[in-house]
Ligand binder design. Structure first.
Ligand code: A2P
Length: 292
């Protein structure tokens, strides 16, 4: 329950710290707090602009490199075979590591899928060379996964997608599972929905989740994380608050009942909080990733 074995036998902790939207100046402290609390996985991305601070906290922690699972993502601007190899150099230098545990494509580029495939081929090379331990994708929908699987050699180890009680993407999860791809849930407690203008309430205030939390003497975030874990998803809750960082890893001491899991399943609205992956283009989302 505390870890998953990826499709190439590499072991990943079941729960890691997400640092999406963690300002660089707060990221090192958040990662340090997480490592102190027992986290052994950090998920960052070139596009987050905080890889350097993640690396700083790893080095300052005193933990051996092999004890912490480091995951980062290649941004679409760096797609292409040579470009992606160079993006690996940028990320590994900023992180200060010579091997990345899990390197994934941050998004598909649906309008330029050949470039996406070339980027993935670079990941395959990095894997063969031992510069990464596992490779994968993020925000790939069923048709993107199908097109990828049709033309690459290595099945992605993970697909990191938006999953929380208000947006479950079961079709994508099931398609991945059929091919041995682990679903990583980004925004697992629904943080992506907190800033929206009243179309639905926050998952943290949801009465169904609140009632289940009360039954277990736990918080709503803990209940949501437990729901993911019991359904076999890897989770990367983001927080820069030390108390909430600790709260989010205290999820291995209670079990939701099948009825409770089902009640949370029933909250799916089918409405995503993040951008539609099919609509991502270089024109709208391209931005240069600085050199190391
Ligand atoms: P903060 O960093 O101030 O803790 P998600 O990973 O689902 O997108 O959620 C991230 C959001 O949820 C952030 O706004 C984060 O804010 C907040 N958050 C993280 N953990 C908790 C928690 N245990 N309780 C309440 N809010 C949380």
């Amino acid at each position: 329950m505390n870890s998953y074995t990826l499709n190439n036998d590499v072991v990943i902790p079941a729960l890691g710290l997400g640092v999406f939207q963690s300002p660089p100046q707060e990221t090192a402290a958040a990662v340090a707090a997480a490592l102190r609390a027992g986290y052994r996985h950090v998920d960052t991305a070139a596009a987050y602009g905080n890889e350097r601070q993640v690396g700083e906290a790893l080095r300052d922690s005193g933990l051996h490199r092999s004890e912490v699972f480091v995951e980062t993502k290649i941004w679409i601007t760096d797609f292409g075979y040579d470009e992606t190899l160079h993006a690996y150099d940028k990320s590994s230098r900023k992180l200060g590591v010579d091997q990345i545990d899990l390197l994934i494509l941050h998004q598909p580029l649906p309008s330029e899928f050949d470039r996406t495939l070339e980027a993935y081929r670079a990941l395959e090379t990095l894997l063969a060379d031992g510069r990464v331990r596992a490779i994968g994708v993020s925000n790939f929908m069923v048709d993107h996964l199908t097109r990828l699987l049709d033309s690459v050699k290595v099945v992605p180890a993970v697909n990191q997608i938006e999953v929380h009680p208000y947006f479950a993407q079961r079709d994508v999860q099931e398609h991945g599972a059929k091919h041995g791809i682990l679903t990583q849930a980004w925004s697992p407690i629904g943080g992506i929905t907190f800033y929206r203008d009243g179309r639905h309430t926050s998952t943290l205030q949801d009465p169904t989740i609140g009632a289940i939390a009360a039954e277990h003497g736990k918080g709503p975030a803990q209940v949501m994380l437990r729901w993911h874990l019991q359904q076999g998803r890897q989770v990367i809750p983001k927080s820069t608050n030390p108390t909430r960082i600790v709260e989010n890893i205290e999820v291995f001491d209670f079990v939701l009942t099948p009825d409770q899991l089902q009640a949370i399943d029933g909250l799916d609205t089918g409405v995503r909080g993040g951008p539609d992956p099919a609509a991502i283009t270089l024109a709208t989302f391209g931005r240069a990733i600085p050199e190391a």
